[in-house]
Design a protein around this ligand. Structure first.
Ligand code: PEP
Ligand code: MG
Length: 572
């Protein structure tokens, strides 16, 4: 099978295929309008039953509050305006029931969206949801949703958004596979952080697996087996056991220092996406947190998180890390990450567009509460704050001005905060890498975002499976860019980390070790293998080997050299 292992492991469970159904509306006029009215009424009744069922389940699993949105949908379903618009189209224009519902939904939604009243405007999305359900029932489309899970499954989907992945119910989801996506798309990164096996970029796995059949997701050898025989099942159960055994064996080194045989010490820290990940990071052997992707605090909710709520989240990470260093990144929304509460323009190239630091200056109402929350939380531990997607010194100057404004406000309000908050930047654009020697003078540290740096240096979309073979984090140009950044920081007496996926990949970590990197930040599950490699390596030899890689012309030559070095180090 074609595919990319996003997160290693083996899962055996029932397949849960998330629908990706194309809705096709029949344009033919109705021959029997009374029958179409009947069809519409039956679909409404079916929708009512489904909504009542969802309300009951939501109340039981979550709360009465969470069920309110579906209660509002029930009311919209009963709204005479929707019903009258549909009936008018069937009875007076001979539309078939599907076309009538589809057009009535669009008309009512457009009417609501055009109103001045904010509350009614937002109901446009609800009527689309309700109308969509009625239409599905008319057309006989059955949709599956992640909220319907009630037994262990492997999820198959055309794509999963980062927010879908962040909120997966891990009691039930044992792994997933998607048609699209790359190794460093955020859905893959989250799979590694939450530690479930995942394969992405398969092309067509959703059309090859049937909902409900037993499957093996083998994210070690990149295979999916449907309906395994009892012999096959035994083979894969043994493979799962062997995988877990090897993992347990490697985990023995997780609390030992990341120090080479000749005494060169580096820091190994964890990437997290929520305060809830701190426990796993500490238990996984992290010596701190090198990247907290705060944008996940903004997802799966209709409103922005308040300053106080953010303060509590950052404080809990600092307290949970028990005085170990914590790097928190300010909101990096845009690209493949969206939040309902932030309006994004439709863009041709969202990864090159209005995202991350670029939006802060237009939305001080968003960035200032975050900076204030970080300043306040800073007194609870060793906090470093960094800004994503920087391309220029001007952006850093502007951010420092805004930070000073926030400090002045807090001072005037008599609120305690960290006066000397350490400020750094992510180096993930070619501009920041090329100017690293200058930027190093005006920040305290660098954290190289190799996921984006690779994407922008090579001009290869990180989430596009069609060009996944061109996405090479160890391309000679990317290695050279990382070397420039690390050397520039050291020349100014500052430190450099890597929080992109290269640090958690044993081969990538070997390159970074040889380049003299100070801090390696990765999903907690990668820590044992990386520490194991570092502890078996000789720093002087690794440095020499990586210097040799820098004289090579192709990624293939580099990879061959790195494989040879790893074989020497790991003895296999
Ligand atoms: C990166 O770009 O390497 C990075 C760590 O940030 P993100 O993956 O969230 O874009
Ligand atoms: Mg990035």
């Amino acid at each position: 099978m074609k595919g990319i292992i996003a997160s290693p492991g083996v899962a055996i469970a029932k397949a849960f295929v998330l629908s990706h159904v194309e809705v096709v509306i029949d344009e033919a006029l109705a021959k029997d309008t009374a029958a179409e009215v009947e069809k519409f009424r039956a679909a409404v009744a079916q929708t009512e039953d489904q909504l009542n069922n969802i309300i009951a389940i939501t109340e039981e699993r979550l709360s009465a509050n969470e069920a309110d949105v579906f209660r509002a949908h029930l009311m919209m379903l009963a709204d005479p305006m929707f019903e009258e618009t549909v009936l008018d189209k069937i009875e007076n224009s001979s539309y078939n029931a599907g076309k009538a519902v589809s057009e009535a939904t669009a008309e009512v939604a457009a009417m609501l969206a055009s109103l001045d009243d904010e509350y009614l405007k937002e109901r446009a999305a609800d009527i689309k949801d309700v109308g969509g359900r009625v239409l599905d029932n008319i057309l006989g489309i059955v949709r599956t949703s992640l909220s319907d899970l009630n037994e262990p499954v492997v999820v198959f989907a055309n794509d999963l958004t980062p927010s879908d992945t962040a909120t997966m119910n891990l009691d039930y989801v044992k792994g997933f596979a998607t048609d699209i996506g790359g190794r460093t798309s955020h859905t893959s990164i989250l799979a590694r952080i939450i530690g479930i096996p995942a394969i992405v970029g398969t092309g067509d796995i959703t059309s090859r697996v049937k909902h409900g059949e037993t499957v093996v997701l083998d994210a070690v050898d990149c295979e999916v087996i449907s309906n395994p025989s009892s012999e096959e099942l035994a083979v894969y159960e043994a493979k799962l056991e062997k995988y877990l055994e090897e993992k347990r064996e490697l985990e023995k080194v997780r609390f030992l220092p990341a120090e080479t045989l000749d005494g060169h010490h580096v820091e190994v820290v964890a990437n997290i996406a929520s305060p809830a990940d701190v426990k796993g990071a500490v238990e996984g052997g992290a010596e701190g947190c090198g990247l907290f992707r705060t944008e996940f605090l903004y997802m799966n909710r209709p409103d922005l998180p308040s300053e106080d709520e953010q303060f509590e989240a950052y404080k809990s990470v600092l307290v949970g890390m028990e005085g170990k260093p914590v790097v928190i990144r300010t909101l990096d929304i845009g690209g493949d990450k969206a939040a309902e509460s932030i309006q994004f323009p439709a863009e041709m190239n969202p990864f090159l567009g209005w995202r991350a630091i670029r939006m802060y200056f237009d939305r001080l109402d968003i960035i200032k509460p975050q900076l204030r929350a970080l300043l306040r939380a800073g007194i609870y531990g060793k906090l470093h704050v960094m800004f994503p997607m920087v391309i220029s010194a001007e952006e850093i100057y502007k951010m420092k001005d805004i930070l000073e404004e926030c400090k002045a406000e807090l001072r005037a309000e008599g609120v305690e905060f960290d006066e000397n908050l350490s400020i750094g930047i992510m180096v993930e654009t070619p501009a920041a890498a090329l100017n690293a020697h200058l930027l190093a003078e005006i920040v305290e540290f660098f954290s190289i975002g190799t996921n984006d740096l690779t994407q922008y240096v090579l001009a290869v979309d990180r989430g596009n499976e069609m060009i996944a073979d061109l996405y090479q984090p160890l391309h000679p140009a990317v290695i050279r860019a990382m070397k420039m950044v690390i050397e520039a920081s050291h020349a100014s007496g500052k430190w450099s980390g890597v929080c992109g996926e290269t640090a958690g990949d044993v081969k990538g970590a070997l390159v970074l070790l040889g380049l003299g990197l100070d801090e390696f930040s990765m999903s907690a599950g990668s820590i044992p293998a990386v520490k194991n490699m570092i502890r078996k390596a000789n720093y002087a030899e690794v440095k020499k080997g990586i210097e040799e890689c820098l004289t090579m012309y192709t990624t293939e030559e580099v990879n061959a050299k790195l494989d040879e070095m790893l074989k020497d180090i790991l003895g296999k």
